[in-house]
Design a protein around this ligand. Structure first.
Ligand SMILES: [Zn+2]
Length: 271
């Protein structure tokens, strides 16, 4: 279940004393521009970089994580998931990230990762190794990343670190819902060519001649097929386009908007 507290959402599927996480809304930050107020973690959207970093620091604090261990990336709607360690901290945050990816995994205490969304689907994941030590990951899944299976790559990257399959748990955060995600025939064509007609049928609906797609259910299906049991996948019911007061939505603003942050990390000292 997702629960809301002071501007962030958390999922009890991911709750652990050794792992911190939070899905931001647009509330609780220090951005003051009309379209970024008040929590914007996206660079280049009008806020000064210092304001954006302060917002990420506030978000890390809410998640119980150390901002100094945070890693992010410019996102290009790929299905790439990258393993990061303490050597990468600050990349995409206080310095350039020269190996961009739309997803991350880590098993290092003191390291945390952020993916940024404003309608796209954020996915956070956890798992445990046989000795009980945690592994965490995050992915930014727009429809393109979704149908190119970034969620499957995320699960695979976590499992490759030695995680026991039965310990996998995932949370699919606030994103544009099937109530608002209108798509055109070119979308249908591309998704069908990648995933097949049945996949399209399962995750789209036609209302009054308009086609709507459900990236949430797509990602849940892909996570499940990748080995996360359905009972351990938590799905937010929140639609970013339904609540402009609570979320940044790319579609509802024509792109003049801030960006939400979705963070997860392993608590502990960087040493
Ligand atoms: Zn909606």
């Amino acid at each position: 279940m997702f629960y809301y507290d002071s501007g962030v959402w958390r999922s009890d599927a991911l709750s652990s004393s050794r792992v911190g996480h939070a899905f931001s809304t647009r509330l609780g930050g220090v951005s003051a521009l009309p379209h970024t107020a008040s929590m914007n973690v996206g660079f280049g959207r009008g806020d000064g970089d210092d304001v954006v970093r302060r917002n990420m620091e506030i978000l890390c604090l809410a998640a119980g994580l150390d901002f100094k261990g945070l890693i992010g990336s410019p996102q290009h709607h790929t299905a790439l998931v990258r393993y990061v360690t303490e050597d990468d901290r600050g990349e995409g945050i206080t310095k350039d990230n020269l190996s961009p990816s739309d997803g991350f995994v880590t098993d290092r205490p003191g390291v945390s990762v952020i993916v940024r969304t404003a309608d796209c689907t954020p996915i956070l994941i956890t798992g445990e190794k046989p000795d009980g030590s945690p592994v965490v990951g995050a992915a930014h899944a727009g429809w393109r990343g979704t149908v190119n299976l970034i969620a499957a790559n995320l699960v695979e990257a976590v499992l490759s670190l030695g995680v026991l399959r039965e310990t996998l748990a995932a949370a699919v955060g606030p994103c544009i819902g099937p109530c608002h995600f209108e798509v055109k025939d070119d979308f249908i064509g591309e998704v069908a060519s990648l995933r097949g007609e049945d996949f399209v049928r399962r995750h789209t609906a036609r209302r009054d001649g308009i086609i709507f797609a459900d990236t949430r259910s797509m990602n849940v299906e892909i996570l499940e097929e990748s080995g996360v049991s359905r009972g351990r996948i938590d799905v937010s019911a929140e639609c970013t386009a339904c609540r402009p007061d609570l979320y940044h939505s790319h579609r509802m603003t024509g792109g003049v908007r801030g960006t939400m942050g979705n963070v997860i990390g392993i608590k502990g000292d960087l040493g």
